[in-house]
Design a protein around this ligand. Structure first.
Ligand SMILES: Cc1ncc(COP(=O)(O)O)c(C=O)c1O
Length: 377
């Protein structure tokens, strides 16, 4: 179902065409209200109970689990994608002679933990070169072999918007006994994710892009078979019995159940969590299939409107619904981003691609304005 414009839910002036959700989503009015409500306990701490350290956290875990298609017990609260990927890198084994596969020009949060792991433990990093036709799935299937220990990739490439058929990667990994670690920061919340067929070992998403929440928060999915791994830090609230504040110095070796042992320290930031929760409730109300269908319609409108042969989009069957990468035959024109910003049109440039990433706040007028501006260049 195509969802009509939801611009009224955001604080975006009429003359601003913000087509840059991949950079950072704007906060909805209801998210700002929830964040303000979350702050009230810190303004009047005598109203803030021990239970308040847990309730918004558990609600966030449940909502994130619904978006991932799993149970709350498999979700850890993290501050960033990089924190989650570091937990994955620490937990997943690598034997001598084995490799970790990543994509060329992948986002650094999903590169540095693997480089560091290999430096400490051996193995090698195998970088799949950018396929000329944007078919990353085929390129990965060719790269995966009996030496593959881990594939650490996104669902959608952050620069071009080219997407990967993760279920096929999972099947190939099953044959060689490899693990799958995913950075879903540029897809979760806007692109359907089928947990049953993809079965990642670890998957993480920061909340400030397609989960439409605040900065400095993310949700990490951990397959139950890794629930016994080492957390990144040892904080009091992740230990069993931490609900009893008076008894905290009866130090405990056992952890809270499931993926809770991996939660970050000071996870109980009520303002941040209540904001993220309000955003996830809205996303679930819209429905991710509907969001994807609507954003596909908007990104297709851009492609259909372009009259310049100079500009080529990633092929329709390989691009993610919410994320349009455009390439220019002669390279990105000098000062393009600024020239568009001067007309109140906001996009971003990463690598050799211009990213057009609308959301439900983007109107047909916004899309037309971009098309006219590009056709005038
Ligand atoms: C693919 C991808 N992953 C992760 C991030 C953010 O990483 P972190 O949460 O580690 O700051 C970004 C930000 O642009 C991104 O594009």
């Amino acid at each position: 179902m195509i969802i009509e414009s939801q611009k009224h839910l955001f604080d975006i002036p009429e003359d601003i065409s913000y087509l840059n959700n991949a950079y950072m989503s704007p906060l909805m009015h209801r998210v700002v209200k929830a964040m303000e409500a979350g702050m009230s306990g810190k303004i009047r701490p005598w109203t803030y109970t021990a239970q308040d350290f847990f309730t918004p956290v558990e609600r966030g875990r449940e909502l994130a689990a619904q978006i991932y298609g799993t149970q709350g017990d498999n979700i850890a609260i993290v501050p960033s994608a990089s924190y989650g990927l570091q937990i994955a890198a620490n937990a997943l084994p690598i034997a001598a002679g084995k490799s970790v596969i990543v994509l060329e020009d992948q986002f650094p949060s999903n590169i540095y933990p693997w480089q560091d792991k290999i430096r400490r433990q051996g193995g090698r990093l195998m970088i799949v070169p950018s396929p000329k036709d944007d078919d990353w799935t085929q390129a990965l299937l060719t790269a995966i072999n009996s030496e593959t220990a881990i594939v650490a990739i996104p669902q959608t490439h952050w620069a071009s918007g080219a997407t990967i058929d993760l279920a096929r990667i999972r099947t190939a990994l099953d044959e060689v006994g490899g693990a799958l670690a995913l950075d879903l920061t540029q897809s979760l919340g806007a692109q359907p994710f089928d947990m049953a067929s993809i079965r990642p070992d670890f998957a993480v998403s920061a909340t400030y892009k397609w989960l439409m929440g605040p900065y400095s928060l993310g949700f990490l999915y951990i397959d139950p078979k890794w629930h016994g791994a080492e957390p990144l830090e040892h904080n009091w609230i992740n230990r069993a019995g931490s609900e009893d504040f008076a008894g905290l110095t009866r130090y405990r070796a056992e952890f809270q159940p499931g993926a809770r042992r991996f939660d970050m320290g000071e996870k109980s930031n009520a303002s941040q969590l209540m904001g993220a929760n309000a955003a996830m409730e809205q996303i679930l109300d819209w429905g991710i299939d509907n969001i994807a269908e609507t954003l596909r319609h908007k990104t297709d409108m851009v492609v259909d409107g372009l009259s310049q042969e100079e500009i080529t989009p990633v092929a329709a069957n390989l691009r993610a619904p919410h994320y349009l990468g455009l390439r220019f035959a002669q390279g990105i024109p000098e000062g393009l981003m600024q020239r568009l910003a001067d007309q109140n049109i906001y996009i971003s440039i990463r690598g050799s691609a211009m990213r057009v990433t609308p959301h439900l706040y983007s109107t047909e007028a916004d899309i037309s304005r971009l098309i006219h501006a590009l056709n005038d260049i």
